[in-house]
Structures are given as C-alpha cells and as structure tokens.
Design a protein around this ligand. Structure first.
Ligand SMILES: Cc1cc2nc3c(=O)[nH]c(=O)nc-3n(C[C@H](O)[C@H](O)[C@H](O)COP(=O)(O)OP(=O)(O)OC[C@H]3O[C@@H](n4cnc5c(N)ncnc54)[C@H](O)[C@@H]3O)c2cc1C
Ligand SMILES: NC(=O)c1ccc[n+]([C@@H]2O[C@H](COP(=O)([O-])OP(=O)(O)OC[C@H]3O[C@@H](n4cnc5c(N)ncnc54)[C@H](O)[C@@H]3O)[C@@H](O)[C@H]2O)c1
Length: 477
C-alpha cells in the first residue's frame, strides 16, 4: 500500500467522494479518501436520505386525505410506523457503507479508515501512518450538530439530528429547540409518526426564508398538533436519569425543561429533547494550526475552493458557504476540476473553475408539508445587500396545482432586479413545489430577462403555471 497519492481527501461524505472523483477522472492520478466513520457521510446515513425517507410517507398521507376517492379509504388512519422505519433503514443501508466503498474502489480511489489530520504542507497523518500528497489535500470533513451551552442540556444527553433521523422508537413528548430546517422537518415527521411536539423557537420558523414561508409551515405544524413557543429559549434542563441508549432511542427518563419566553417562565416535562440549533464545522482536531489556519471555525476559501497556496482546498459544509449537499457537491466538482487542471498545468480561469453559484444563487428545498422551495436572496436579503428590487407575489391554486389535491394552498414570490429586469430570487410554498424550483434556478443563474421568460410557456395543467401568474403580475406593475 502506497503512502503517496496525487490527491488526499479528508472526509468521505458526498463532497469528499465527488472531489476525489473529479480530481482523478480520465487521468492516471491517484487519490485516497480518509474517513473516520462511514463513507457516504452525514448525508447518506444521518441527514438527507433518512430524513427524506421519513418525510415522504406523511406527505403522501396528507395528499391522500385531500383526494376524494382516496380519502375515504385512508379515513383517520395513521402511518404504519414500523414500515416507515424499515423503508428508512433500506435507504441508509442499515449504516453499512460497503456499497460506497465499492464505488470508490471502482472509481480508482483508495479508502483509508481512521481520523485524518493535517501535519504540515501536503502531509496528513492517520493514526501512525503518514500520507503525502503530490498535488492536493481536500478538506471535506463537514459539520456536527451544535449544542448550545444551556445549563443541564448537554448532561441531559439530548437528541440531535442523528437521533431524529435514525429514530428507533417514537418518544411520546418531544421538545425541539430551534426553528430552522432541521427543526421544521423533524417536527413534521415526528408529528406524523405520532409524537406530541413542542417547539422552542427564538423568533419565527425558517428565519432566513421569506416570512410567508415560515408562517405557512408554522400553521401546518400547529394544525398537525405542534405547540410552537416563539420568542422563547430554554433556560435550563433537569434530567436525573439521562443515559446513553444509542442513536434514536430515548436517552433515559423524562426531562424537566425551563422555558423562558415573552410570556414569562414555564416548565415542561418531556420524554426527549431534540436540539436543532445549527451546525459546527468539524475542524477542531484537523491539524489546521500546522498550516497556519485556526481550528474550530469554517475553513475560508476563494471561489476555486482554495484555502492555502495551490494545494489545500476545502469544500462542502466545512467551508461554511452553503450547508447543502447539492451545493457541496457542486463545489467538489469545481474543486476537482481545479486540482486536475493545476496538476496538468492547464489554465484555471474559466467559469467551470469558479463556484460562482455560492454567491446568492443557492437553491434549497425544505421538505415540510407544505414544501418550501427557494433560490437566491429573499427580498429582505436583496435589499440589505443594496439591490434595487421589485417583487411580485401571489397565492397559487392554478389549474395544475389544484388538481394535485383538494384545498391546495400555496404562495409564490419573485424578487426582480429593477435595472436588468432579471430574476434574483424566487420562493414557492405548497405541495409539490420542490419539482418546479429548478426552473427558477435556471432563470436566476441564466439572468434571463422577464420579457424572455414570458416566452417560456408552462404546460397546462401543471404547477408550473404559477410562472404565468407571476409574470402577469410583473407585467402589470
Ligand atoms: C437532518 C439533516 C437533513 C439534511 N437534509 C438535507 C437535504 O435534504 N438536502 C441537502 O441538500 N442538504 C441536507 N442537509 C445538509 C447535508 O447533510 C450536508 O450539507 C452534507 O452532508 C454536507 O456534505 P459534506 O460531505 O460536506 O459533509 P458530511 O456529509 O458531514 O461528511 C463529512 C465526512 O467527513 C468525515 N470526517 C470528519 N472529520 C474527519 C477526519 N478528521 N478524518 C476522517 N474523516 C472525517 C465524517 O465522518 C463524514 O463522513 C441535511 C442536514 C441535516 C443535519
Ligand atoms: N432540506 C434541506 O435542505 C435541509 C434539511 C436539514 C438541514 N439542512 C441544512 O443543515 C443545516 C443545519 O440545519 P439547522 O436547522 O440545524 O440549522 P439552522 O441554522 O437552519 O437553524 C438553527 C435554528 O436554531 C436556533 N438556535 C440556535 N441557537 C439557539 C439557542 N441557543 N437557543 C434557541 N435557538 C437557537 C436558530 O435561531 C435557528 O432557528 C442548515 O444550513 C440547513 O440548510 C438542509
């Protein structure tokens, strides 16, 4: 086994895999992925895949309940919890990464198990082994769940997203701390699986989205039974019988949680606490100090994903640019292309060598019921950035969306750059809007003028007809 590779990648999540693949593609370059847990990373086993597998059955049930001819078959039946969890397990391969390792090997990429650390320029240690890179080291170590320093919280062994996505039993009473994406998606599936949910939220839900998105999701969660405490935080937690029972099991006896809110102080007894309060970059123990970087924070990079010289790169969650799998994999493609070009002595000044979409062209879908699909800045963010914008918005119950389910409700908004009359951002809320997001992403990235978009005719009857309503509104302004 060699200890010298052209490219060394630390972290075998979706981003590390893609960076390695692109760096060696169509060449005789060698690469190794160093992974201390499972190849496939957070996304495959503890984040995107299990969460989406848990969410879809609830969404299908909701659609069925709103579809005459099907609703009477479903009645007031609830989800088959065992079947939902079994399907989730099939997507996470029961935490077995052998198929991902096989993929790496088939792509000519070695996998080394263990914790990797930088040890100076182009040098990585894994246990007592020292690896040397001829061309590049890529940091793709992702993030871990942040647990705020609230008295008694850490000692209570609360659930994090790893537990809620890998739940093996449904706690009866769950308190969720946070109002971001993890909190809203987890609340959606926990309610659908029969838990009683209280959310403790500092301000509104989905705070970085258009405000109507958070309101729609909050209304839906409340309708499903959630108790949402806004303007609230946890002051302390007491859980005398906290135990390490493993991922997705209730971590001991009940917890008493003291909640401070605009309405005063309240205590609540719950069976589990889910902390969904953001992420921390996995850089504490990565040897960043050996190359002049500061441990603990995100690794700053330029648009070529370069962190130090022309050899150290950071892609995906670890650089803090956009904590999303698709954006991390996009960065990995850019990063791999840059490594390949530099190794071959080719120029790196073309568009494919710059992760420009990171700057205000980031698409995201929140898979709640209703879904929230957005790209680019909100109106507020655009104005804060000094852009001169106009907006159009409308409720969506066009022919196509109304056909999807009775009582379809949804809302859409475009943020338009006044000077160029092109789209900067778009937000859609409603059942099934995830699949129309890419049309907006193409319009934003392509800077398509609205009078050109007018000629992109949506098919009838589809949810995409919302485009026509929005463009009509824009024309009338
Ligand atoms: C509950 C949840 C749901 C999500 N759902 C979505 C979604 O639907 N869509 C979406 O786009 N994004 C989603 N995300 C975000 C997504 O999971 C991340 O953006 C994505 O996993 C980032 O990929 P990554 O490869 O950068 O990091 P990770 O997936 O975190 O992978 C990093 C890898 O590095 C390894 N590692 C870390 N340090 C070392 C070291 N020193 N040595 C060796 N190995 C190391 C880790 O074990 C891990 O395998 C979700 C996140 C959460 C928490
Ligand atoms: N569908 C998706 O694309 C998807 C799904 C899940 C997660 N993700 C990504 O994963 C990342 C992490 O998600 P997240 O929801 O953990 O983070 P987040 O940053 O989206 O939300 C964190 C929430 O916790 C709250 N919070 C933080 N500290 C707190 C404290 N001390 N007290 C009370 N509240 C506190 C914040 O106000 C916010 O509401 C996000 O960047 C998200 O984009 C994406």
């Amino acid at each position: 086994m060699t200890d010298t590779y052209d490219v060394i990648v630390l972290g075998g999540g979706p981003v590390g895999e893609n960076a390695a693949q692109y760096a060696v593609a169509n060449s005789d370059r060698t690469a190794v992925i160093v992974e201390h847990e499972l190849v496939g990373g957070e996304c495959s086993y503890w984040a995107c895949m299990p969460s989406k597998a848990l969410l879809l059955p609830g969404s299908v049930l909701d659609q069925a309940r709103n579809m005459p001819g099907v609703a009477s078959l479903v009645g007031d039946r609830t989800l088959d919890v065992d079947a939902v969890l079994a399907r989730r397990d099939s997507y996470t391969h029961r935490l077995d990464d052998s198929s991902q390792v096989e993929w790496a090997e088939s792509a000519g990429i070695d996998v080394v198990r263990g914790h990797g650390r930088l040890a100076g320029e182009k040098t990585v240690t894994v246990g007592d082994r020292t690896l040397t890179a001829r061309h590049a080291v890529v940091l793709a170590t992702g993030t871990t769940a942040a647990v705020p320093p609230i008295p008694g919280l850490r000692e209570a062994r609360p659930w994090t997203s790893r537990d809620s996505t890998n739940l093996n039993e449904v706690p009866d009473r769950v308190l969720i701390l946070g109002g971001g994406v993890v909190a809203c998606e987890s609340a959606t599936w926990l309610l659908a699986l029969g838990a009683r949910v209280t959310m403790v939220v500092r301000s509104g839900l989905l705070g970085t989205s258009e405000p109507f998105a958070g309101t729609a999701v909050a209304d839906a969660l409340i309708a499903a039974g959630a108790d949402i405490r806004t303007g609230a935080t946890i002051a302390r937690v007491d859980r005398p019988d906290a135990r390490d029972t493993g991922y997705g099991h209730v971590h001991g006896g009940p917890a008493t949680v003291t909640i401070e809110s605009d309405n005063g102080t309240d205590t609540l007894e719950v069976d589990e606490i889910l902390v969904a309060a953001g992420r921390r970059p996995a850089t504490d123990d990565l040897g960043l100090d050996t190359v002049g970087l500061t441990p603990g924070g995100s690794v700053p990079v330029d648009d070529a994903l370069t962190a130090v010289g022309d050899w150290l790169y950071a892609a995906g969650d670890v650089n803090g640019r956009a904590l999303l799998t698709h954006m991390g994999k996009y960065q990995a493609r850019v990063c791999g292309d840059v490594i390949a070009a530099r190794a071959d002595g080719r120029p790196t000044d073309s568009r494919r060598h710059r992760a420009t979409a990171d700057h205000g062209q980031v698409p995201q879908v929140v898979f709640t019921t209703p879904e929230v699909a957005s790209v680019g800045p909100t109106e507020g963010a655009a104005r804060e950035a000094g852009r001169d914008v106009r907006t159009v918005e409308t409720d969506i119950a066009v022919a196509g969306s109304s056909l999807r389910q009775d009582n379809f409700s949804g809302h859409a908004k475009l943020v338009i750059d006044r000077a160029s009359d092109t789209l900067l951002g778009a937000t859609f809320v409603g059942q099934g809007v995830a699949e129309i997001l890419h049309s907006a992403t193409v319009a934003v990235v392509g800077a398509v003028p609205l009078d050109v978009l007018w000629h992109a005719v949506p098919s009838y009857p589809t949810t995409s007809e919302i485009w026509l309503r929005l463009l009509e509104e824009a024309r009338e302004q």
